[in-house]
Structures are given as C-alpha cells and as structure tokens.
Design a protein around this ligand. Sequence first.
Ligand code: NAP
Length: 254
Amino acid sequence: MKPVCLVIGAGAGIGGHVGKRFAREGYHSVLCRRSDEQGLDRLVKEIEANDGSASGHLLDATQPNTIEDCVAAVEKDVGQIEVAVFNLGAQIGNRILENTSYKAFELGWRLATFGLFRLASSVGPLMVERGNGTILVTSATAAVRGNAGQHSHAAAMGGRRMLCQTLNAELAPKGVHVAHILIDGAVDAPDTLGKMLGAERFQKLREERGLEQDGLLLPEKVAETYLHVAQQHRSAWTHELDLRAFSDLPWWNH
Ligand SMILES: NC(=O)c1ccc[n+]([C@@H]2O[C@H](COP(=O)([O-])OP(=O)(O)OC[C@H]3O[C@@H](n4cnc5c(N)ncnc54)[C@H](OP(=O)(O)O)[C@@H]3O)[C@@H](O)[C@H]2O)c1
C-alpha cells in the first residue's frame, strides 16, 4: 500500500500541484476540495496518466465531521496518511470594519484556524502512534502582518500560525514534523486568486507580472518546496519558511 498525501484544499494552484508532486514521488494523493467535481476529476486523471495514483473527495471543510470522516475513511480504505497538507485560505478581499460582518469574521476562523485544528486532531494522534508523519500548512502574509481591510483574514491566519507553533511544540518531540509555509505574494492560482479577481483582471495580472516574468508564484515550483520539507531529516527540520517571487518585496520591507 502506498503512503498517502492528503491535501485539504486542492484546486488548480498550490493544492493540486502539491498532490501531483507527491504522486510523482510514489504517494497516493487524496485531493479534497469543496466544489468543481470536474476540476477534481481532471487532476486525478492527470496524475493517473503520469503513472501516479490519486483519488478525489468533495467536502466542505466548514461543515461538522467532514475533515474527521475523510481522515478516517482514507486510513481505513486507502492507506496511512504520511503527509497531511492543510491548504485552505480565508482571503475575502479587503473589507473595512463596518463591512466585515460577524459571519464573515467567524467563517475566516472556521476555515483557516479551526479547520487546521480539526485536521491535526484527527491525523495527529495517528502520526504520533506511528512515530512519524508530516503536517504541512500553507500560509499567507496575513499570518505575520495585519493590514487595512484584513480583519477576518489576518486574525484567522495569525491564529493559524500560532496553532502551528503549539502543534509543533507538542508533536515534534513525538516524531511529527509540522511546517508553516508562508506564501508572501500572489500565486498563479485560477481557482482562488483567479476567482477573487475575475477572469479579466486575473489574466491582466498574469500578463503584467506573471507568465515568463515569474513575478507570480508558480504553484508547481512551490510544490517542490513542500516535497523537500516533507523529506527533511529529523535532525534538521524546518518549522517556518517563506516563499515569494524574486521581484516582490518581502512583507517586512513594505
Ligand atoms: N492564491 C494566492 O495568491 C495566495 C497568496 C498567498 C497565500 N495563499 C495561500 O495558498 C493557499 C491556497 O492555495 P491556492 O491559492 O494555490 O489555491 P488552490 O490550491 O488552487 O485551491 C484551494 C482550494 O481550496 C478549496 N476550498 C476552499 N474552501 C473550501 C472548503 N470550505 N472546503 C473544502 N475546500 C475548500 C477550494 O475548492 P473549490 O474551488 O472547490 O471551492 C480551492 O480550489 C491558502 O492557504 C492561501 O492562504 C494563496
């Protein structure tokens, strides 16, 4: 049975490419997203066409028991989850305080922070029992810097970063590697940034900064880092790292 890489939040950007990269490395990738069954099938078929192994699950990570049931079903029917990737974001664009409803604020936390807690609560004990495993958490600039209009997003991502540190403090000595991977810039990700900006603005951004200019983070390149971190020897684990395009100023310089 192949080791499993479980990706919570697998669109055509980072999540999907991480799934593809781990499948190329011999893992069975379990790809989970909320909607777009066709997109999910495309990803699974692409992996299989390259002699990889993958399966897809539609789940809404904000709903009770979805993450927990998925972890249990994968462990029972597919294989041991060696790598769990938490890739859900909570960006809703800039909203001033009076336009940030309690509901929007709470949803950010539910997606970005509580979702990770639920994944860690489900898979962490299994990894501890086995004495190994890796939890990779995709993060964003908002985890380290609050900004105008980012009330919900920054609070949720900042909480998530602290949760990663507390998980690391408890799980690392038991053999479980937890890494917080801060994505400090815009990603060439059609299912998230693309939808938030709309097709036209997204294409304009790609033409102005992305494509051959490499000014948008390319998800397939980001995925190489995820694999590297998951393969690190336990004598030299990374807990936190950041990634950005060469042409972007780091978050602390602007
Ligand atoms: N994109 C950027 O510019 C950017 C910048 C900085 C940081 N990040 C971080 O990167 C991560 C996302 O990676 P990505 O942008 O490349 O996106 P991606 O991997 O292409 O897609 C993420 C997927 O998450 C799924 N998702 C959203 N809500 C969900 C829910 N409630 N339940 C289950 N799945 C859900 C979406 O599925 P559906 O499409 O089916 O709804 C989406 O396709 C986030 O952690 C974000 O904070 C992204």
